[in-house]
Design a protein around this ligand. Structure first.
Ligand code: GDP
Length: 446
Protein backbone atom coordinates (compact mmCIF):
# COMPACT_ATOMS: atom_id res chain seq x y z
CA UNK A 1 0.00 0.00 0.00
CA UNK A 2 1.51 3.25 -1.10
CA UNK A 3 0.06 4.95 1.99
CA UNK A 4 2.91 3.30 3.84
CA UNK A 5 5.27 5.37 1.69
CA UNK A 6 3.37 8.50 2.62
CA UNK A 7 3.69 7.55 6.27
CA UNK A 8 7.41 6.90 5.74
CA UNK A 9 7.96 10.32 4.16
CA UNK A 10 6.09 12.09 6.95
CA UNK A 11 7.93 10.16 9.67
CA UNK A 12 11.26 10.96 8.02
CA UNK A 13 10.38 14.67 7.89
CA UNK A 14 9.51 14.60 11.60
CA UNK A 15 12.65 12.64 12.39
CA UNK A 16 14.84 15.14 10.54
CA UNK A 17 13.25 17.94 12.51
CA UNK A 18 13.80 16.02 15.74
CA UNK A 19 17.47 15.58 14.92
CA UNK A 20 18.04 19.32 14.54
CA UNK A 21 19.93 20.88 17.45
CA UNK A 22 17.67 23.91 17.61
CA UNK A 23 14.14 24.02 16.32
CA UNK A 24 13.61 27.37 14.68
CA UNK A 25 11.34 28.73 11.96
CA UNK A 26 13.60 27.36 9.22
CA UNK A 27 13.62 23.81 10.60
CA UNK A 28 9.85 23.85 11.11
CA UNK A 29 9.27 25.18 7.59
CA UNK A 30 11.50 22.51 6.08
CA UNK A 31 9.61 19.83 7.96
CA UNK A 32 6.21 21.18 6.91
CA UNK A 33 7.32 21.55 3.30
CA UNK A 34 8.44 17.93 3.24
CA UNK A 35 5.09 16.82 4.65
CA UNK A 36 3.23 19.00 2.14
CA UNK A 37 5.17 17.48 -0.72
CA UNK A 38 4.46 13.95 0.53
CA UNK A 39 0.73 14.61 0.88
CA UNK A 40 0.46 16.20 -2.56
CA UNK A 41 2.31 13.29 -4.11
CA UNK A 42 -0.25 11.02 -2.47
CA UNK A 43 -3.09 12.82 -4.20
CA UNK A 44 -4.44 14.74 -1.26
CA UNK A 45 -6.22 17.83 -2.50
CA UNK A 46 -4.06 20.96 -2.60
CA UNK A 47 -6.39 23.15 -0.53
CA UNK A 48 -6.53 20.59 2.28
CA UNK A 49 -2.76 20.42 2.43
CA UNK A 50 -2.40 24.19 2.44
CA UNK A 51 -4.95 24.53 5.25
CA UNK A 52 -3.16 21.91 7.27
CA UNK A 53 0.15 23.74 6.93
CA UNK A 54 -1.43 27.05 7.99
CA UNK A 55 -3.11 25.42 11.00
CA UNK A 56 0.06 23.78 12.24
CA UNK A 57 1.92 27.06 12.00
CA UNK A 58 -0.83 28.75 13.98
CA UNK A 59 -0.68 26.11 16.72
CA UNK A 60 3.08 25.92 16.85
CA UNK A 61 4.00 29.53 17.35
CA UNK A 62 7.71 29.14 18.01
CA UNK A 63 8.14 32.70 19.34
CA UNK A 64 5.51 32.17 22.01
CA UNK A 65 6.82 28.83 23.14
CA UNK A 66 8.95 29.49 26.18
CA UNK A 67 12.23 27.65 26.51
CA UNK A 68 11.65 24.40 28.29
CA UNK A 69 8.60 23.58 26.21
CA UNK A 70 9.14 20.39 24.35
CA UNK A 71 8.84 21.85 20.85
CA UNK A 72 9.39 18.53 19.14
CA UNK A 73 6.55 16.95 21.02
CA UNK A 74 4.24 19.90 20.40
CA UNK A 75 4.97 19.85 16.66
CA UNK A 76 4.59 16.08 16.50
CA UNK A 77 1.27 16.28 18.31
CA UNK A 78 0.07 19.13 16.04
CA UNK A 79 0.88 17.11 12.92
CA UNK A 80 -0.88 14.08 14.38
CA UNK A 81 -3.95 16.15 15.28
CA UNK A 82 -4.14 17.87 11.90
CA UNK A 83 -3.92 14.59 10.02
CA UNK A 84 -6.68 13.23 12.24
CA UNK A 85 -8.77 16.32 11.59
CA UNK A 86 -8.44 15.79 7.84
CA UNK A 87 -9.90 12.34 8.23
CA UNK A 88 -12.49 13.18 10.83
CA UNK A 89 -15.40 15.34 9.70
CA UNK A 90 -16.31 15.96 13.32
CA UNK A 91 -19.60 14.16 13.32
CA UNK A 92 -20.11 10.41 13.32
CA UNK A 93 -22.24 8.80 10.64
CA UNK A 94 -25.62 7.25 11.34
CA UNK A 95 -24.98 3.85 12.90
CA UNK A 96 -27.58 1.15 12.31
CA UNK A 97 -28.77 -0.63 15.45
CA UNK A 98 -29.01 -4.37 15.74
CA UNK A 99 -32.61 -5.56 15.93
CA UNK A 100 -34.03 -2.32 14.51
CA UNK A 101 -34.63 -2.15 10.76
CA UNK A 102 -32.24 0.13 8.85
CA UNK A 103 -31.95 0.64 5.12
CA UNK A 104 -28.45 1.34 3.82
CA UNK A 105 -27.97 2.39 0.21
CA UNK A 106 -24.63 2.04 -1.57
CA UNK A 107 -23.59 4.45 -4.32
CA UNK A 108 -20.44 4.84 -6.40
CA UNK A 109 -19.02 4.57 -9.89
CA UNK A 110 -18.95 1.27 -11.74
CA UNK A 111 -15.85 -0.70 -10.84
CA UNK A 112 -15.35 1.08 -7.54
CA UNK A 113 -16.06 -2.17 -5.72
CA UNK A 114 -19.62 -1.33 -4.73
CA UNK A 115 -21.18 -4.77 -5.17
CA UNK A 116 -18.27 -6.53 -3.46
CA UNK A 117 -18.42 -4.03 -0.60
CA UNK A 118 -22.19 -4.50 -0.12
CA UNK A 119 -21.59 -8.18 0.56
CA UNK A 120 -18.59 -7.51 2.78
CA UNK A 121 -20.68 -5.05 4.79
CA UNK A 122 -23.52 -7.58 5.09
CA UNK A 123 -21.16 -10.40 6.02
CA UNK A 124 -19.37 -8.26 8.62
CA UNK A 125 -22.68 -7.58 10.39
CA UNK A 126 -23.97 -11.11 9.96
CA UNK A 127 -20.93 -12.41 11.85
CA UNK A 128 -21.90 -10.10 14.69
CA UNK A 129 -25.39 -11.55 14.90
CA UNK A 130 -27.32 -9.19 12.62
CA UNK A 131 -29.91 -10.28 10.11
CA UNK A 132 -28.78 -8.55 6.90
CA UNK A 133 -30.30 -8.79 3.41
CA UNK A 134 -29.13 -7.63 -0.01
CA UNK A 135 -31.18 -5.93 -2.71
CA UNK A 136 -29.70 -5.62 -6.20
CA UNK A 137 -31.07 -2.46 -7.79
CA UNK A 138 -28.31 -2.40 -10.39
CA UNK A 139 -30.11 -3.07 -13.66
CA UNK A 140 -27.55 -1.15 -15.69
CA UNK A 141 -24.62 -3.53 -15.58
CA UNK A 142 -25.25 -6.94 -17.11
CA UNK A 143 -24.20 -9.56 -14.60
CA UNK A 144 -24.55 -7.34 -11.54
CA UNK A 145 -27.42 -9.42 -10.14
CA UNK A 146 -25.56 -12.67 -10.80
CA UNK A 147 -22.52 -11.34 -8.98
CA UNK A 148 -24.54 -10.25 -5.96
CA UNK A 149 -26.48 -13.51 -5.96
CA UNK A 150 -23.28 -15.53 -6.04
CA UNK A 151 -21.70 -13.58 -3.19
CA UNK A 152 -24.87 -13.60 -1.12
CA UNK A 153 -25.34 -17.34 -1.57
CA UNK A 154 -21.77 -18.00 -0.52
CA UNK A 155 -22.28 -15.98 2.65
CA UNK A 156 -25.81 -17.35 3.20
CA UNK A 157 -27.36 -13.90 3.11
CA UNK A 158 -30.89 -13.46 1.70
CA UNK A 159 -31.02 -11.42 -1.51
CA UNK A 160 -33.53 -9.89 -3.88
CA UNK A 161 -33.25 -8.94 -7.55
CA UNK A 162 -34.66 -9.68 -10.98
CA UNK A 163 -33.44 -10.71 -14.42
CA UNK A 164 -36.59 -9.40 -16.09
CA UNK A 165 -37.38 -6.12 -14.42
CA UNK A 166 -35.42 -3.17 -15.78
CA UNK A 167 -36.70 -0.49 -13.44
CA UNK A 168 -34.21 -0.19 -10.54
CA UNK A 169 -36.59 1.93 -8.50
CA UNK A 170 -39.26 -0.77 -8.59
CA UNK A 171 -36.82 -3.53 -7.63
CA UNK A 172 -35.36 -1.48 -4.80
CA UNK A 173 -38.78 -0.65 -3.36
CA UNK A 174 -39.98 -4.26 -3.62
CA UNK A 175 -36.81 -5.67 -2.09
CA UNK A 176 -36.85 -3.30 0.85
CA UNK A 177 -40.55 -3.97 1.41
CA UNK A 178 -40.03 -7.72 1.40
CA UNK A 179 -37.10 -7.72 3.83
CA UNK A 180 -38.88 -5.33 6.17
CA UNK A 181 -41.67 -7.89 6.36
CA UNK A 182 -39.09 -10.59 7.06
CA UNK A 183 -37.76 -8.53 9.97
CA UNK A 184 -34.26 -8.11 8.59
CA UNK A 185 -32.44 -5.46 10.58
CA UNK A 186 -29.97 -4.37 7.89
CA UNK A 187 -31.36 -4.00 4.37
CA UNK A 188 -28.57 -3.16 1.95
CA UNK A 189 -29.44 -1.70 -1.45
CA UNK A 190 -26.82 -1.93 -4.19
CA UNK A 191 -27.42 0.69 -6.88
CA UNK A 192 -26.06 1.04 -10.43
CA UNK A 193 -22.84 2.76 -11.26
CA UNK A 194 -21.62 4.25 -14.53
CA UNK A 195 -18.16 4.58 -15.98
CA UNK A 196 -18.22 8.26 -15.29
CA UNK A 197 -20.41 10.69 -13.44
CA UNK A 198 -23.42 11.56 -15.57
CA UNK A 199 -26.87 13.01 -15.13
CA UNK A 200 -28.67 9.68 -15.70
CA UNK A 201 -26.79 8.01 -12.86
CA UNK A 202 -27.57 10.77 -10.41
CA UNK A 203 -31.22 10.91 -11.40
CA UNK A 204 -31.55 7.15 -10.89
CA UNK A 205 -29.85 7.36 -7.50
CA UNK A 206 -32.21 10.12 -6.41
CA UNK A 207 -35.23 8.06 -7.41
CA UNK A 208 -34.01 4.91 -5.66
CA UNK A 209 -33.29 6.97 -2.58
CA UNK A 210 -36.78 8.47 -2.63
CA UNK A 211 -38.38 5.05 -3.01
CA UNK A 212 -36.38 3.32 -0.26
CA UNK A 213 -35.82 6.20 2.18
CA UNK A 214 -32.42 4.97 3.32
CA UNK A 215 -31.23 5.68 6.86
CA UNK A 216 -27.69 5.85 5.54
CA UNK A 217 -26.16 6.36 2.10
CA UNK A 218 -22.63 5.00 1.75
CA UNK A 219 -20.37 6.31 -0.98
CA UNK A 220 -17.92 3.65 -2.19
CA UNK A 221 -14.68 4.97 -3.64
CA UNK A 222 -11.77 3.20 -5.27
CA UNK A 223 -8.61 4.39 -3.51
CA UNK A 224 -6.74 4.65 -6.80
CA UNK A 225 -8.75 7.49 -8.33
CA UNK A 226 -6.23 10.02 -7.11
CA UNK A 227 -6.82 13.74 -7.40
CA UNK A 228 -10.26 13.12 -8.94
CA UNK A 229 -11.48 11.92 -5.53
CA UNK A 230 -12.58 15.30 -4.23
CA UNK A 231 -14.73 16.22 -7.24
CA UNK A 232 -16.21 12.76 -7.54
CA UNK A 233 -17.18 12.56 -3.90
CA UNK A 234 -18.64 16.04 -4.01
CA UNK A 235 -20.74 15.26 -7.08
CA UNK A 236 -22.28 12.25 -5.30
CA UNK A 237 -22.87 14.24 -2.15
CA UNK A 238 -24.73 16.89 -4.11
CA UNK A 239 -27.14 14.32 -5.54
CA UNK A 240 -27.86 12.12 -2.52
CA UNK A 241 -27.35 12.56 1.19
CA UNK A 242 -24.05 10.67 1.50
CA UNK A 243 -23.47 9.95 5.19
CA UNK A 244 -20.39 7.73 5.14
CA UNK A 245 -17.54 6.65 2.88
CA UNK A 246 -15.95 3.26 2.28
CA UNK A 247 -12.61 3.28 0.50
CA UNK A 248 -11.80 0.12 -1.44
CA UNK A 249 -8.64 -1.49 -2.81
CA UNK A 250 -6.42 -0.14 -0.07
CA UNK A 251 -4.33 -3.28 -0.61
CA UNK A 252 -3.30 -2.21 -4.10
CA UNK A 253 -0.80 0.30 -5.38
CA UNK A 254 -3.10 3.24 -4.92
CA UNK A 255 -1.73 6.31 -3.30
CA UNK A 256 -4.71 6.40 -0.99
CA UNK A 257 -4.57 10.12 -0.29
CA UNK A 258 -7.88 10.40 -2.13
CA UNK A 259 -9.54 9.03 0.98
CA UNK A 260 -8.64 12.19 2.84
CA UNK A 261 -10.07 14.31 0.05
CA UNK A 262 -13.32 12.31 -0.03
CA UNK A 263 -13.87 12.93 3.65
CA UNK A 264 -13.44 16.64 3.12
CA UNK A 265 -15.74 16.68 0.10
CA UNK A 266 -18.59 14.75 1.71
CA UNK A 267 -18.02 15.87 5.30
CA UNK A 268 -18.65 12.23 6.11
CA UNK A 269 -16.35 9.78 7.85
CA UNK A 270 -14.65 6.78 6.30
CA UNK A 271 -16.22 3.87 8.18
CA UNK A 272 -14.56 0.85 6.59
CA UNK A 273 -11.77 0.12 4.15
CA UNK A 274 -11.56 -2.73 1.65
CA UNK A 275 -8.23 -4.52 1.72
CA UNK A 276 -8.72 -7.34 -0.79
CA UNK A 277 -11.17 -9.18 -2.98
CA UNK A 278 -12.30 -11.65 -0.34
CA UNK A 279 -15.35 -11.28 1.82
CA UNK A 280 -13.44 -10.82 5.05
CA UNK A 281 -10.82 -8.43 3.67
CA UNK A 282 -12.67 -5.56 5.20
CA UNK A 283 -11.62 -3.45 8.18
CA UNK A 284 -13.35 -1.00 10.44
CA UNK A 285 -11.72 2.36 9.96
CA UNK A 286 -10.69 4.32 13.05
CA UNK A 287 -8.99 7.63 12.48
CA UNK A 288 -6.51 7.81 15.36
CA UNK A 289 -5.04 4.31 15.10
CA UNK A 290 -4.86 4.80 11.33
CA UNK A 291 -2.87 8.02 11.62
CA UNK A 292 -0.66 6.46 14.30
CA UNK A 293 0.10 3.67 11.90
CA UNK A 294 0.67 6.14 9.08
CA UNK A 295 3.23 7.99 11.17
CA UNK A 296 4.98 4.73 12.01
CA UNK A 297 3.86 4.96 15.63
CA UNK A 298 2.05 1.66 15.36
CA UNK A 299 -1.55 0.97 16.18
CA UNK A 300 -1.16 0.32 19.86
CA UNK A 301 -4.82 -0.02 20.65
CA UNK A 302 -5.26 -2.71 17.99
CA UNK A 303 -2.06 -4.32 19.14
CA UNK A 304 -3.27 -4.34 22.74
CA UNK A 305 -6.51 -6.02 21.70
CA UNK A 306 -4.51 -8.70 19.93
CA UNK A 307 -2.29 -9.15 22.96
CA UNK A 308 -5.30 -9.64 25.20
CA UNK A 309 -6.71 -12.09 22.70
CA UNK A 310 -3.64 -14.21 22.12
CA UNK A 311 -0.92 -13.78 24.73
CA UNK A 312 -1.62 -16.00 27.75
CA UNK A 313 -3.09 -13.96 30.63
CA UNK A 314 -0.19 -14.62 32.97
CA UNK A 315 2.35 -13.31 30.44
CA UNK A 316 0.52 -10.09 29.64
CA UNK A 317 1.64 -7.88 32.58
CA UNK A 318 5.25 -8.86 31.97
CA UNK A 319 5.08 -7.95 28.30
CA UNK A 320 3.43 -4.61 29.04
CA UNK A 321 6.06 -3.88 31.63
CA UNK A 322 8.80 -4.58 29.10
CA UNK A 323 7.09 -2.35 26.57
CA UNK A 324 6.95 0.62 28.90
CA UNK A 325 10.54 0.08 30.03
CA UNK A 326 11.57 0.57 26.43
CA UNK A 327 14.39 -1.99 26.79
CA UNK A 328 14.47 -4.37 23.91
CA UNK A 329 16.70 -7.41 24.26
CA UNK A 330 17.14 -10.20 21.75
CA UNK A 331 15.15 -12.42 24.11
CA UNK A 332 12.20 -10.03 23.92
CA UNK A 333 12.48 -10.05 20.15
CA UNK A 334 12.45 -13.88 20.26
CA UNK A 335 9.37 -13.91 22.48
CA UNK A 336 7.62 -11.41 20.22
CA UNK A 337 8.36 -13.56 17.22
CA UNK A 338 6.87 -16.53 19.07
CA UNK A 339 3.75 -14.52 19.86
CA UNK A 340 3.49 -13.23 16.35
CA UNK A 341 3.71 -16.71 14.84
CA UNK A 342 0.94 -17.79 17.22
CA UNK A 343 -1.23 -14.77 16.59
CA UNK A 344 -1.74 -15.24 12.84
CA UNK A 345 -3.01 -13.61 10.36
CA UNK A 346 0.48 -12.43 10.80
CA UNK A 347 0.23 -9.43 8.50
CA UNK A 348 -2.47 -7.81 10.57
CA UNK A 349 -0.61 -8.17 13.81
CA UNK A 350 2.66 -6.94 12.45
CA UNK A 351 1.21 -3.82 10.98
CA UNK A 352 0.03 -2.83 14.44
CA UNK A 353 3.45 -2.96 16.04
CA UNK A 354 5.56 0.16 15.85
CA UNK A 355 8.28 -0.40 13.28
CA UNK A 356 7.36 -3.94 12.47
CA UNK A 357 5.13 -3.17 9.53
CA UNK A 358 6.53 -2.11 6.21
CA UNK A 359 10.12 -3.30 6.27
CA UNK A 360 10.01 -6.61 8.08
CA UNK A 361 6.60 -7.60 6.91
CA UNK A 362 5.46 -6.24 3.54
CA UNK A 363 1.82 -7.02 2.82
CA UNK A 364 1.31 -9.81 0.33
CA UNK A 365 4.60 -11.43 1.30
CA UNK A 366 3.46 -13.00 4.56
CA UNK A 367 4.87 -16.43 3.72
CA UNK A 368 8.34 -15.07 3.06
CA UNK A 369 8.21 -12.99 6.20
CA UNK A 370 7.14 -15.95 8.26
CA UNK A 371 10.05 -17.96 6.88
CA UNK A 372 12.38 -15.09 7.73
CA UNK A 373 11.14 -14.98 11.32
CA UNK A 374 11.64 -18.72 11.69
CA UNK A 375 15.17 -18.36 10.30
CA UNK A 376 15.90 -15.61 12.80
CA UNK A 377 14.59 -17.78 15.61
CA UNK A 378 16.82 -20.67 14.59
CA UNK A 379 19.81 -18.37 14.75
CA UNK A 380 18.74 -17.06 18.13
CA UNK A 381 18.51 -20.64 19.38
CA UNK A 382 22.31 -20.73 19.04
CA UNK A 383 22.80 -17.70 21.26
CA UNK A 384 23.90 -17.82 24.89
CA UNK A 385 21.74 -16.43 27.70
CA UNK A 386 24.17 -13.58 28.06
CA UNK A 387 23.68 -12.64 24.42
CA UNK A 388 19.92 -12.92 24.59
CA UNK A 389 19.59 -10.76 27.70
CA UNK A 390 22.17 -8.13 26.95
CA UNK A 391 21.30 -4.58 26.02
CA UNK A 392 24.88 -3.86 25.03
CA UNK A 393 24.90 -3.67 21.25
CA UNK A 394 28.71 -3.97 21.17
CA UNK A 395 28.61 -7.43 22.74
CA UNK A 396 27.78 -9.11 19.46
CA UNK A 397 31.21 -9.01 17.84
CA UNK A 398 32.26 -10.85 14.73
CA UNK A 399 33.50 -13.98 16.47
CA UNK A 400 30.20 -14.37 18.33
CA UNK A 401 28.29 -13.93 15.11
CA UNK A 402 30.53 -16.53 13.41
CA UNK A 403 29.77 -19.00 16.20
CA UNK A 404 26.01 -18.38 15.90
CA UNK A 405 26.16 -18.81 12.12
CA UNK A 406 28.02 -22.12 12.48
CA UNK A 407 25.71 -23.33 15.25
CA UNK A 408 22.57 -22.65 13.24
CA UNK A 409 23.93 -23.68 9.86
CA UNK A 410 23.41 -20.20 8.40
CA UNK A 411 25.73 -17.71 6.75
CA UNK A 412 27.27 -14.97 8.89
CA UNK A 413 25.72 -12.46 6.50
CA UNK A 414 22.31 -13.63 7.70
CA UNK A 415 23.26 -13.23 11.35
CA UNK A 416 24.44 -9.72 10.58
CA UNK A 417 21.19 -8.98 8.79
CA UNK A 418 19.23 -10.18 11.80
CA UNK A 419 21.29 -8.00 14.12
CA UNK A 420 20.56 -4.99 11.90
CA UNK A 421 16.86 -5.77 12.20
CA UNK A 422 17.23 -6.10 15.95
CA UNK A 423 18.98 -2.73 16.19
CA UNK A 424 16.25 -1.05 14.17
CA UNK A 425 13.54 -2.46 16.40
CA UNK A 426 15.47 -1.75 19.60
CA UNK A 427 15.71 1.90 18.56
CA UNK A 428 11.99 2.11 17.93
CA UNK A 429 11.05 0.36 21.15
CA UNK A 430 13.44 2.62 23.02
CA UNK A 431 11.21 5.51 22.03
CA UNK A 432 8.32 3.88 23.84
CA UNK A 433 10.02 4.19 27.17
CA UNK A 434 7.71 5.56 29.84
CA UNK A 435 4.77 5.16 27.53
CA UNK A 436 1.42 4.74 29.15
CA UNK A 437 -0.28 1.89 27.35
CA UNK A 438 -3.39 3.48 25.90
CA UNK A 439 -6.86 2.04 26.27
CA UNK A 440 -8.66 1.22 23.04
CA UNK A 441 -9.21 4.30 20.91
CA UNK A 442 -7.14 6.59 23.13
CA UNK A 443 -3.93 7.59 21.45
CA UNK A 444 -3.29 10.70 23.49
CA UNK A 445 -0.42 8.95 25.26
CA UNK A 446 1.43 9.07 21.96
P1 GDP B 1 -18.84 -2.36 -8.79
O1 GDP B 1 -18.91 -2.22 -10.28
O2 GDP B 1 -18.61 -1.02 -8.16
O3 GDP B 1 -20.00 -3.06 -8.20
O4 GDP B 1 -17.50 -3.16 -8.48
P2 GDP B 1 -17.29 -4.69 -8.11
O5 GDP B 1 -17.79 -4.97 -6.75
O6 GDP B 1 -17.76 -5.56 -9.21
O7 GDP B 1 -15.68 -4.71 -8.01
C1 GDP B 1 -14.84 -4.43 -9.11
C2 GDP B 1 -13.55 -5.22 -8.95
O8 GDP B 1 -12.84 -4.75 -7.82
C3 GDP B 1 -13.80 -6.71 -8.67
O9 GDP B 1 -12.85 -7.44 -9.40
C4 GDP B 1 -13.57 -6.85 -7.17
O10 GDP B 1 -13.14 -8.14 -6.83
C5 GDP B 1 -12.50 -5.81 -6.94
N1 GDP B 1 -12.48 -5.29 -5.57
C6 GDP B 1 -13.48 -4.78 -4.82
N2 GDP B 1 -13.03 -4.37 -3.61
C7 GDP B 1 -11.71 -4.65 -3.58
C8 GDP B 1 -10.65 -4.45 -2.59
O11 GDP B 1 -10.83 -3.92 -1.48
N3 GDP B 1 -9.41 -4.87 -2.96
C9 GDP B 1 -9.17 -5.43 -4.18
N4 GDP B 1 -7.91 -5.81 -4.44
N5 GDP B 1 -10.09 -5.61 -5.11
C10 GDP B 1 -11.36 -5.23 -4.83
Amino acid sequence: MVLAQLGGSISRAIQQMSNATIIDEKVLNECLNEITRALLQSDVQFKLVRDMQTNIKKIVNLDDLAAGHNKRRIIHQAIFNELCKMLDPGKPSFTPKKGKTSVVMFVGLQGSGKTTTCTKYAYYHQKKGWKPALVCADTFRAGAFDQLKQNATKAKIPFYGSYMESDPVKIAAEGVERFKKENCDLIIVDTSGRHKQEAALFEEMRQVSEATKPDLVIFVMDSSIGQAAFDQAQAFKQSVAVGAVIVTKMDGHAKGGGALSAVAATKSPVIFIGTGEHMDEFEVFDVKPFVSRLLGMGDLSGFMDKIHEVVPMDQQPELLQKLSEGTFTLRIMYEQFQNILKMGPIGQVFSMLPGFSAELMPKGREKESQAKIKRYMTMMDSMTNEELDSTNLKLMNESRMMRIARGSGRHIREVMEMMEEYKRLAKLWGKMKGLKIPKKGDMSAL
